[in-house]
Design a protein around this ligand. Structure first.
Ligand SMILES: NC(=O)c1ccc[n+]([C@@H]2O[C@H](COP(=O)([O-])OP(=O)(O)OC[C@H]3O[C@@H](n4cnc5c(N)ncnc54)[C@H](O)[C@@H]3O)[C@@H](O)[C@H]2O)c1
Length: 404
C-alpha cells in the first residue's frame, strides 16, 4: 500500500519527519487560479504557504492565481511555493486541491482518483459536478457544510466570508447614498445622520451594523431570532422587537408561519419607509430567501434611498431585486450584489486561507500521515463525496430526483 506522508510540528513545536522508515515524499497541495466570473479570491496566501510548507507539504500554485487578490507569484515563491502553468502540470501528482469556488466538470477531468478537493461546493446548484466527482471517485469536502460548533470556528469559511460581505454591503450602501452618514455640525448648517436598517442580524448583518455605526449612521436592525437582539444592542444599534422568536435548528432561523409573516411585514414596512439605506441579509438554510420588502413597501421609501440585498443570489429579500443588477424604482436604488467578499479579495482570501489551514489539520494523524477514515464530526458533516458515493443526504436526494 502506498504510504503518503507529511511532516507536522510535534508537541514541542519543532518539525519532525514521519515515523515511517519507508521513503517519504511530501503531499502535494495544488491551488488553481479561480476562473468563475468576478472571482478575485485565491484559496491560499503566502503566510499560509509558509506554515504548510514548514509542516512538510509541497505547495503548487497556478501562475497568476493570487494576482486578483494582490498576492503576486513572487510572494508565493518567497514563501516556499512552486508556481506552475497549465492545469495538467498543476494537478499532476496532487493529493489535495484547495479552491474557493466549486470545480467545473472540466477541472475534474484533471484529477486523479482519490484526490481530495476542499472548497465551497454549492452542491444544489452544481449537481453535474458532484455526480462527476462521485463517478471519478474524488473526495470532496464542502466548507459550507462545516457545523457551526465552537471547535470549528477557526475553519468556518461561511462566517469569515459573511464578515467580509457584511462590511462591503455597508460600504456599498454608503457609496450609493446621496447623504452623509454621520451627523455633522458645520458652518453650512447641521446635517442629520442617515438611518441604516439591517434586516437579518447573523454574521453578515452584525458586520454591516458595526460598519454603519462606525460611519456614524443611526442603525436599526431586526432578526427573527430573539437572541440576535442582545448582539445588535451591544453594537450600539436599536433592535426592532416583534413578538416572534423563530430560532430553529442549530441556531439558524426557521421559516415563519403565514400569520407571523404578516406581522413581520407590517413592522418591517414601517422601518423600511424611514430608512436611507436598507441592508438585507435574511436567509433560511436550504430554502429560498424570505421576501421582507414588497414592491408596495419600496414605493413608500424616500427618493435617494438604497437597498443592498445580500440575499440576491438566493432569490432576494426584496421583491424587486435582480441578482447581479441595480434597479431604480421611483428614486429608490435596489442593488442585488453577487459575491461581495470578492470585492475585498486581499482580506477575504487571507481569512479563507486560514480557515483552510485549520481544516487541513483535521486530515492528518498524529504520525503526520494523511488519514483515510473520516470519523471526526466536522469531517463527517462536510464530506460531500467520497469513494464513489455522495455522502451528503440532501445532495444525494437531489441527484436521485428527490428520492433517497
Ligand atoms: N461557531 C458558531 O458558534 C457560529 C458561527 C457562525 C454563526 N453562528 C450562528 O449561526 C446562526 C446563523 O448565522 P448566519 O449568519 O449564517 O445566518 P444566515 O446567513 O443563515 O441568515 C442570516 C440571518 O437572517 C435571519 N433571518 C432569517 N429569516 C428571517 C426573517 N424572516 N426576518 C429577519 N431575519 C431573518 C437569521 O436569523 C440570521 O440571523 C446565528 O445564530 C449565528 O450566531 C454560530
Amino acid at each position: 500500500m502506498e504510504i503518503l506522508t507529511i511532516t507536522v510540528p510535534d508537541v514541542n513545536g519543532s518539525i519532525r519527519a514521519n515515523a515511517s522508515d519507508q521513503a517519504t515524499r511530501p503531499v502535494v497541495i495544488a491551488v488553481p487560479k479561480e476562473l468563475a466570473l468576478g472571482e478575485q479570491r485565491v484559496a491560499i496566501v503566502p503566510e499560509v504557504v509558509q506554515k504548510l510548507t514548514k509542516s512538510g507539504y509541497e505547495i503548487r500554485i497556478e501562475h497568476d492565481a493570487g494576482t486578483g487578490a494582490f498576492y503576486p507569484d513572487d510572494l508565493f515563491i518567497a514563501a516556499g511555493a512552486k508556481i506552475v502553468s497549465g492545469t495538467a502540470n498543476l494537478m499532476d501528482g496532487a493529493r489535495i486541491v484547495l479552491r474557493v469556488q466549486p470545480p467545473t466538470t472540466a477541472d475534474i477531468e484533471h484529477l486523479a482518483k482519490g484526490t481530495i478537493v476542499i472548497g465551497f461546493m454549492h452542491a444544489a446548484n452544481n449537481l453535474d459536478t458532484i455526480a462527476r466527482m462521485r463517478d471519478r471517485r474524488i473526495t470532496a469536502f464542502a466548507l459550507e457544510l462545516i457545523p457551526r460548533i465552537t471547535r470549528a470556528q477557526s475553519m468556518d469559511a461561511l462566517s469569515s466570508q459573511a464578515t467580509a460581505g457584511g462590511y462591503v454591503a455597508a460600504i456599498l450602501g454608503a457609496d450609493n447614498c446621496p447623504k452623509f452618514l454621520p451627523m455633522l455640525t458645520t458652518a453650512a448648517g447641521t446635517i442629520r445622520p442617515a438611518t441604516v436598517l439591517i434586516l437579518g442580524a447573523g454574521v453578515a448583518g452584525l458586520m454591516a451594523i458595526a460598519t454603519a455605526k462606525r460611519l456614524g449612521a443611526l442603525v436599526e436592525a431586526y432578526d427573527v431570532r430573539r437572541a440576535a437582539g442582545e448582539q445588535v444592542r451591544s453594537l450600539g444599534a436599536k433592535f426592532l422587537e416583534l413578538e416572534i422568536n423563530a430560532e430553529g435548528q442549530g441556531g439558524y432561523a426557521r421559516e415563519l408561519t403565514a400569520e407571523e409573516k404578516e406581522k413581520e411585514q407590517q413592522m418591517v414596512s414601517a422601518a423600511v419607509a424611514r430608512a436611507d439605506i436598507v441592508i438585507t441579509t435574511a436567509a433560511i438554510p436550504g430554502r429560498k430567501a424570505p421576501v421582507l420588502i414588497t414592491k408596495q413597501t419600496v414605493l413608500t421609501m424616500r427618493p435617494g434611498a438604497v437597498i443592498i440585498d445580500m440575499a440576491a443570489e438566493s432569490g432576494g429579500n426584496c421583491e424587486l431585486t435582480q441578482a447581479g443588477r441595480t434597479v431604480c424604482v421611483q428614486g429608490v436604488t435596489i442593488i442585488g450584489p453577487q459575491n461581495l467578499p470578492a470585492r475585498i479579495p486581499f482580506h477575504s482570501s487571507q481569512m479563507y486561507a486560514k480557515n483552510l489551514q485549520s481544516f487541513l489539520a483535521l486530515l492528518v494523524d498524529k504520525n503526520g500521515a494523511l488519514i483515510t477514515e473520516f470519523t471526526d464530526e466536522i469531517l463527517v458533516a462536510s464530506l460531500l463525496v467520497h469513494a464513489g458515493e455522495v455522502r451528503h443526504g440532501p445532495t444525494r436526494d437531489l441527484l436521485n430526483g428527490g428520492k433517497s
